[in-house]
Design a protein around this ligand. Structure first.
Ligand code: AMP
Ligand code: MG
Length: 268
């Protein structure tokens, strides 16, 4: 893992301006795509073992500003894996029923069961990001959530759920270009929401909120990755490689049969 991508130690204050969203570790598009395809093939093998073994699960969390590339990354990184072993959850503005519970209630229901990869498109982190910036609840409420999130993720980790969290880091200029492209392209227009514009106006407030997330919720059992994401092909490589590296360390293997298979005869 190149140094620019290393996650700072738990508790260290990080500043997003120190992270270059254009970084590509010197790779060009073709080189990155070739590497990414290799990791994707390995991801498919590892996922097959995860599913067969059914003892552990993997949770992959995606957060980003609008047009940061969450949908694109999810589509690309997981397009080689068996869809039966993957569950994607998309967290929108909470419904009245969800708001009638604690903020982790809807999240916990979507956590992957053993054998599965769970993908979160947005997550419980919205409850210390948009909720904080828009003052949906007072500081006294969201302040306590960092510790609650760490404890929640520790519960999952100790229940054999590996957790990886990716922040797709784009520049404000790149966001403008992507939002404009959504307006210009009839096939992308459905993705445009006028509601994204007031969020863009609060860019600096979001960066501050994200920096607090990375300082307070970057644990050894659920680390954050700040992914340089202006170049989509590099973004996809970083994510796929990090997932493969994590899964290689999970002790995945095909289960041994609990019968003497050498003596089994299939009847004619
Ligand atoms: P999208 O993912 O672009 O379809 O938009 C989903 C919207 O739901 C975003 O504007 C999020 O900020 C918003 N959202 C997600 N979770 C929450 C939450 N817990 N509270 C308020 N808004 C949320
Ligand atoms: Mg959106």
């Amino acid at each position: 893992m190149p140094e620019q991508l290393l996650i700072p130690p738990e508790g260290e204050k990080i500043q997003l301006k120190d992270y270059d969203p254009d970084y590509t570790e010197g790779l060009d598009k073709d080189e990155a795509k070739t590497l990414e395809e290799g990791f994707e093939r390995r991801l498919a093998e590892l996922q097959d073992m995860l599913y067969a073994q059914s003892m552990k699960s993997l949770l992959v969390v995606f957060q980003a500003m609008d047009a940061g590339g969450k949908d694109g990354a999810i589509k690309k990184v997981f397009d080689s894996v068996n869809p039966q072993g993957v569950r994607a959850a998309n967290f929108k503005v909470p419904t009245p029923i969800e708001l009638g519970h604690d903020f982790l209630w809807r999240i916990h229901q979507q956590v992957p069961q053993k054998g599965y990869i769970g993908i979160f498109n947005r997550s419980h982190y919205e409850d210390v990001l948009v909720v904080r910036v828009n003052e949906i609840v007072p500081r006294s409420v969201w302040e306590k959530r960092f510790d609650m999130i760490n404890e929640f993720e520790r519960l999952l980790a100790e229940n054999n759920t590996a957790i990886l969290k990716f922040y797709l880091h784009i520049s404000k200029d790149e966001q403008r270009e992507r939002l404009q492209a959504r307006l210009d392209d009839p096939e992308k227009r459905w993705k445009f929401s006028v509601g994204d514009l007031p969020v863009r106006e609060r860019w600096d407030d979001y960066m501050t909120a994200y920096e607090d997330v990375f300082s307070r919720c970057n644990t050894p059992y659920a680390p954050w990755h700040i992914v340089p994401a202006n170049k989509k092909w590099y973004r996809d490589l970083v994510i796929t490689r990090a997932i493969v590296e994590k899964m290689e360390s999970m002790g995945l293997a095909y289960p041994e049969p609990d019968f003497d298979y050498a003596t089994v005869v299939i009847p004619k």
